[in-house]
Design a protein around this ligand. Structure first.
Ligand code: ADP
Ligand code: MG
Length: 557
């Protein structure tokens, strides 16, 4: 994720229910509240201070007024009789103007107005109790009026005296709008400050929370969800020493533990599945060998009963053939002979199948025997275009068997491959010695095996694998794996499942007997071996003959 994207993500508040959104909102709310409280105190203090200042101003104005008044009294005394009151009014108006007073009234001891910034009120009595008190107690009093209006002012009442003798009093007012404007300005600035504070907290707080809390928590919750779904390969990178770091590490440890256990479980399950499969096969094999034995006995009987009369018919036909040579009927006799020889061939194969002629076994190098068989096969029906390659082996794959029987087995398999490839293609023969491991045989080797999700591991046939029955070599026993691989059309699973059945064939009548692989099966089983066939449509077929190997020096235990 790019820095920009992260920032964008961290800025978005997401649903209000999100942990981060709630914390940030709370923080913003608290800060705003704090700033507002703080602002209230500041405004109060400022107001108090400004009012003090106004009072000081009022006091100086009173002092100035007293000084002027003294001066005016002096002038009046010196020019008694000639001067009348108007000059005082003029003095008052001048004074109000110079000191920027809203109003100024001067009264005598009886509170008669003797000077006024608005002359119309001259001669009236200004009967305000504060003024009387100020004159009596000889001190400056003040009060605020019109605080709610747009023309607030502070009223001052003070005494006027000359040489210790009270002459009267004065009432003047100072406008307060400047003070209120200052307070309002301060209030505005404080509000702005609160707003900016909240904004900064929301932005940086949310960024920090995302980094320190939300991101690791999100990573952990994603990891937990994956674990719930059965995927334990989680990596949590939070390394801090704080609670989140500890939690993260604990979760990581849990994941690895679960992963280990899961692996163990999987291995055990796999083992179980394999054992189960082997059991199933053993069961099938028992059934199959039973059937084979029955077919074998029957075949022996049929071959014996049909074989003898067939020999006789063959003999009579030969005599007839000689007698009728040159006539029209000799062609019919020739055809009869062909048909009879075909029946004879089936009979021979049946006999092969039913009784394994007990010829002497020998220590045979299978690859050398295969070379001889292939040499023999060359030039046979439609085999000329099939390329057969024999791969050399690291150690001679020596097996104790009858080489004639082995060659018959190999020939059956090679002819099947040639038939499948329509006489055109490549066949590869290879052999190797390996310790026997039955579960190894269950693993698909040809390319294009379906994945385990599509076909379960235990469904061997669907995965293109079949084994012959028979007990086979013991686990770990030395064996020779002799494989014949063709790149022909391969077999569908339904066909593959039946190839060892006697008389099973997909070839037209007269072409296949369906006995080839059944015979191979019997020959290999008789030696304690196994045939494994793996075939995939469009890929090819691999037939593997697994024989107990002749032990070499290195393998003695
Ligand atoms: N290499 C192969 N490629 C494709 N199909 C094969 C191969 N080998 C055997 N088969 C199939 O197995 C069947 C049985 O073979 P087999 O027992 O030898 O009898 P037959 O060859 O007389 O039909 C064949 O008919 C064929 O369908
Ligand atoms: Mg065949």
């Amino acid at each position: 994720m790019g820095i920009k994207q992260r920032l964008l993500r961290s800025m978005s508040l997401g649903p209000i229910t999100g942990l981060r959104a709630r914390i940030v909102l709370l923080m913003a709310l608290l800060t705003t509240l704090m700033v507002v409280l703080f602002g209230f105190v500041v405004i109060r203090l400022l107001e108090h201070h400004l009012i003090q200042q106004k009072r000081a101003q009022g006091r100086s104005i009173l002092l100035a007024m007293q000084a002027h008044f003294d001066l005016w009294e002096d002038v009046r005394e010196h020019s008694a009789g000639r001067t009348t009151l108007p000059p005082l009014t003029m003095f008052v108006q001048e004074m109000a103007y110079n000191l920027e007073l809203s109003s100024l009234v001067i009264v005598d001891e009886k509170q008669n107005v003797i000077g006024h910034s608005r002359s119309a009120l001259l001669g009236f009595v200004l009967s305000e109790p504060e003024l009387a008190r100020a004159i009596q107690e000889r001190k400056l009093l003040h009060r605020t009026i019109g605080a709610e209006t747009d023309k607030p002012e502070m009223l001052f009442y003070g005494p006027l005296y000359q040489r210790g003798k009270i002459l009267g009093g004065v009432r003047f007012s100072l406008p307060l709008d400047d003070l209120y404007a200052a307070l309002a300005g301060t209030r505005r600035i404080l509000m702005l400050y609160a707003l900016m504070d909240a904004l900064v907290i929301v932005l940086f707080g949310s960024l920090f929370l995302w980094w320190a809390l939300v991101r690791p928590v999100e990573a952990m919750s994603a990891a937990t969800e994956r674990m719930v779904a059965g995927d334990y390969r989680v990596s949590l990178r939070h390394r801090g020493e704080d609670e989140i770091g500890r939690l993260s590490r604990a979760l990581h440890k849990l994941a690895t533990t679960l992963q280990d256990r899961d692996a163990v479980n999987r291995r055990q399950l796999e083992k179980l599945a394999k054992t189960n499969l082997e059991l199933q096969q053993a069961h099938d094999q028992l059934l199959h060998s039973d059937r084979l034995a029955y077919v074998g006995r029957m075949a022996a009987g049929v071959a014996h009963e049909v074989g003898n009369p067939l020999g006789a018919i063959y003999g009579y036909l030969e005599i007839l053939h000689d007698a009728e040579s040159g006539r029209e009927s000799s062609e019919i006799i020739r055809r009869l002979e062909t048909e009879i020889s075909r029946i004879d061939k089936i009979m021979k194969e049946l006999l092969d199948f039913s009784r394994l002629r007990d010829e002497k076994p020998d220590q045979v190098d299978l690859l050398r025997a295969a070379g001889e068989a292939v040499e023999l096969m060359r030039g046979q029906r439609g085999l000329d275009k099939v390329r057969v390659t024999i791969e050399p082996a690291a150690a001679p794959p020596t097996v104790e068997l009858n080489s004639q029987q082995f060659k018959q087995t190999l020939l059956n398999i090679l002819l099947n491959a040639a038939d499948a490839m329509n006489g055109q293609g490549a066949i590869r023969i290879d052999a190797e010695r390996r310790a026997f491991d039955k579960s190894e045989l269950m693993e698909a080797r040809l390319p294009g095996a379906p994945p385990e999700e599509a076909v379960p591991f235990t469904d061997l046939q669907a995965r293109g694998i079949v084994f012959s029955d028979g007990i086979g070599p013991g686990p770990g026993a030395p064996t020779v794996h002799f494989s014949i691989t063709d790149d022909g059309p391969g077999m569908a699973p339904e066909v593959l499942g039946q190839i060892f059945q006697p008389f099973f064939t997909t070839k037209p009548p007269g072409k296949g007997t369906g006995l080839g692989l059944a015979v191979c099966h019997r020959l290999v089983s008789a030696l304690g071996g196994i045939i494994r066939v793996e075939s995939r449509p469009g890929v090819g077929t691999r037939v593997t003959l697994i024989y107990p190997a002749v032990e070499t020096d290195g393998e003695h235990e």
